[in-house]
Ligand binder design. Structure first.
Ligand code: TNX
Length: 494
C-alpha cells in the first residue's frame, strides 16, 4: 500500500525515503499560544488518535523550547498559506503543521491522519506501530466551496447520524454541508412562529415512516459540530415548489385555502406556495428570519427547482422577492439553476445540476452570477453505480467511481471558466435511502472523488493514480465501520 495515499491529492508531496516519525508514549501535541481555535483543532486531532493508539498525546501550548517528540501546530502570523492552506513537514523527531489560519491546521490534520495506518481510524485500541512517513506536503484548495448535500427531508436522519456524516466530509477536506431541510415529504426544522411545520409537516417521510425533525437546539448542535471541523452548514428551505409538507401544515399557504394531505410518494413538481398572496411572503420572512438566526454561515439556500405549476413570470417574480428577503436577514441566497430565469442580485449563487432543465446559467454567469457545480451525471450520489445497484435512481444514468472523478469544473460548461465557479458539491437525495448505512454506501467511494475535483490542481489529476490512492482508503473505511461500495474499478487491497 502506498505510504502517500492522500485524498484529495495535495499540491505537492516530497517523500524523505526511509525516514519515519513514530508516535509514542512521550509524544505531545503542541499548539500556538493564544489561539483557542488552534488549541481546539489540536484537541480534535488528539481525540481521533487516542481512541485507537491508546497514547496519551497531551495537548498544550508551545513554549520557546524546541518541540522535540511532538506534533507541533503552528500559525504563521501572515496570510501566506491562505484560509485553508497548510504545510506539513515530518522528520525523524517531529511533525510540524503550519498554516496561516486555524482552518488550515484542521485541513492539515486530515492529511496527517491519512498518513497514519488505516487502523488509526478505529474507535477501539489497536496495535501500532503508529508511524508517519518523513517528507513535506504543501497544500491549498483550488475552490472555496467543496460541499455535500444531505437530503433529510425524504428520509429523516438523526443528529448523531448527521454528525458522523460531517466527520466523513471533514476527513476529505470538504467544507460545506448543505442540508436539504424541507420537501414535499417532510419539514425537518422547528420554526417557532410556525410550529405545525415540524410537528405536522415533519411527521412522515417517503414510504410513510414516522419522519422527524430537529429542534432549534439540536440544529444548533449540528451547526456547532460542523463549525468546529471547519464545515459550514448551508440550510435549504426549498420554495416555491417541493412544499407539500408546508402546504399540509398551514391551509393559508394554499391558493384555495385548503390544507393538502401529507405526501409520502416520490413524484416531484406538483406543489407550490401561493405566489400571488401576501401571506406567503410573511411566511417566508418568518421562516427565513429564524433560519438566518441559526446560521453563522453567509448563505441560505432557497431551492427553486422543478416548479411545474407557475408561469415563468410568476416564478421569476417570486425568486426576485425571496432573494431580497434573504438579504434583509443579512444573508446571501443560493438556489438551484432554475433561479437563473430571474434577475439575480450580484451575490446570489446558482447551483448547476442538469443540462436538460431550464434556466439560463451561462447568461447569468456573464452578468456576474457565480456557480456551484453539481452535474448530476458526475456528482449525484443517489444515482446507481451500475445496473446491479439496488439502491438509488437512474434518471441521470449510472455514476461509477471513475465518472464521479474524471471531469473538470473549468470545462464543464462552455463559456464558464474557473473564475465563475465557486466550487463543487455532491448531492445525496434520499428517496430510496432509508438508513444511514444506505447513505454511506452511496457516498463511498464516490464523494472523495468530488472532493479531489474541488481541492486538487487540475494538472496533476490522473484516474490511474487516483484509483490506487483511493484503494488505500478501503481499510480506513472498514476501520471506521463505514459501509462502502467495493467498486470493481478500484484495486482494493484485500
Ligand atoms: C431532482 S436535483 C431533484 C430532487 C430529487 C432528485 C433525485 C434537484 C434540484 N431536484 O428533488 O430528489 O432529482 O435525483
Amino acid at each position: 500500500m502506498p505510504a502517500w495515499a492522500i485524498v484529495p491529492a495535495p499540491v505537492s508531496v516530497e517523500a524523505a525515503e526511509g525516514t519515519w516519525f513514530t508516535l509514542g508514549r512521550s509524544t505531545r501535541i503542541l499548539t500556538p499560544p493564544g489561539s483557542a481555535e488552534a488549541a481546539a483543532a489540536g484537541e480534535l486531532l488528539a481525540g481521533v488518535l487516542r481512541r485507537s493508539t491508546g497514547l496519551p498525546l497531551p495537548v498544550s501550548a508551545a513554549t520557546a523550547a524546541a518541540p522535540g517528540d511532538a506534533i507541533s501546530l503552528e500559525l504563521t502570523g501572515d496570510g501566506r498559506l491562505g484560509d485553508e492552506g497548510y504545510e506539513l513537514a515530518v522528520t525523524g523527531e517531529t511533525a510540524t503543521l503550519r498554516a496561516s489560519r486555524p482552518a488550515g491546521l484542521s485541513m492539515g490534520a486530515q492529511t496527517l491522519r491519512q498518513l497514519l495506518p488505516p487502523a488509526v481510524e478505529a474507535t477501539t485500541l489497536r496495535p501500532g506501530p503508529w508511524r508517519l512517513p518523513g517528507g513535506r506536503v504543501a497544500d491549498r484548495p483550488r475552490f472555496a466551496w467543496r460541499g455535500a448535500m444531505l437530503d433529510v427531508a425524504r428520509h429523516f436522519f438523526t443528529v448523531a447520524e448527521v454528525k458522523r456524516f460531517i466527520d466523513l466530509l471533514a476527513l476529505y477536506k470538504l467544507n460545506v454541508l448543505h442540508l436539504h431541510l424541507t420537501d414535499d415529504q417532510g419539514w425537518r426544522i422547528a420554526i417557532h412562529s410556525r410550529p405545525r411545520l415540524a410537528t405536522h409537516g415533519g411527521s412522515t417521510q417517503v414510504g410513510g415512516g414516522p419522519g422527524g425533525h430537529y429542534t432549534q437546539r439540536q440544529y444548533a448542535e449540528i451547526v456547532a459540530y460542523a463549525r468546529d471541523r471547519y464545515v459550514t452548514v448551508v440550510p435549504e428551505v426549498d420554495v416555491p415548489g417541493h412544499t407539500n409538507a408546508a402546504l399540509a401544515s398551514y391551509a393559508e399557504l394554499n391558493c384555495d385555502g385548503r390544507a393538502r394531505r401529507r405526501y409520502t410518494g416520490t413524484k416531484v413538481g406538483f406543489s407550490s406556495l401561493c405566489v400571488e398572496e401576501q401571506v406567503t411572503y410573511r411566511f417566508l420572512d418568518e421562516v427565513l428570519g429564524e433560519l438566518a438566526a441559526l446560521t453563522p454561515g453567509p448563505y441560505l439556500h432557497v431551492g427553486g427547482d422543478e416548479v411545474q405549476t407557475l408561469s415563468d413570470e410568476q416564478y421569476a417574480a417570486f425568486v426576485e422577492r425571496v432573494q431580497r428577503i434573504v438579504r434583509a436577514h443579512g444573508k446571501r441566497a443560493i438556489g438551484w439553476q432554475e433561479i437563473t430565469k430571474a434577475k439575480l442580485l450580484p451575490d446570489t449563487v446558482a447551483q448547476y445540476w442538469d443540462h436538460r432543465i431550464g434556466g439560463d446559467v451561462v447568461r447569468a454567469t456573464r452578468q456576474g452570477t457565480r456557480l456551484v457545480l453539481s452535474p448530476a451525471e458526475r456528482a449525484y450520489l443517489d444515482m446507481k453505480y451500475d445496473e446491479r445497484t439496488t439502491l438509488g435512481l437512474e434518471w441521470a444514468g449510472h455514476v461509477e467511481v471513475r465518472d464521479a472523478y474524471e471531469w473538470d469544473p473549468s470545462t464543464l460548461l462552455d463559456g464558464v471558466g474557473d473564475d465563475r465557479v465557486l466550487g463543487v458539491e455532491s448531492q445525496l437525495w434520499s428517496e430510496t435511502l432509508e438508513r444511514i448505512e444506505d447513505v454511506e454506501y452511496m457516498t463511498f467511494p464516490r464523494l472523495p472523488g468530488i472532493a479531489e475535483v474541488g481541492w486538487s490542481p487540475a494538472a496533476g489529476r490522473r484516474w490511474d493514480d487516483y484509483r490506487r490512492r483511493l484503494a488505500a482508503h478501503g481499510p480506513r473505511w472498514s476501520a471506521m465501520a463505514v459501509h462502502y461500495y467495493r467498486s470493481p474499478q478500484v484495486p482494493w487491497p484485500d
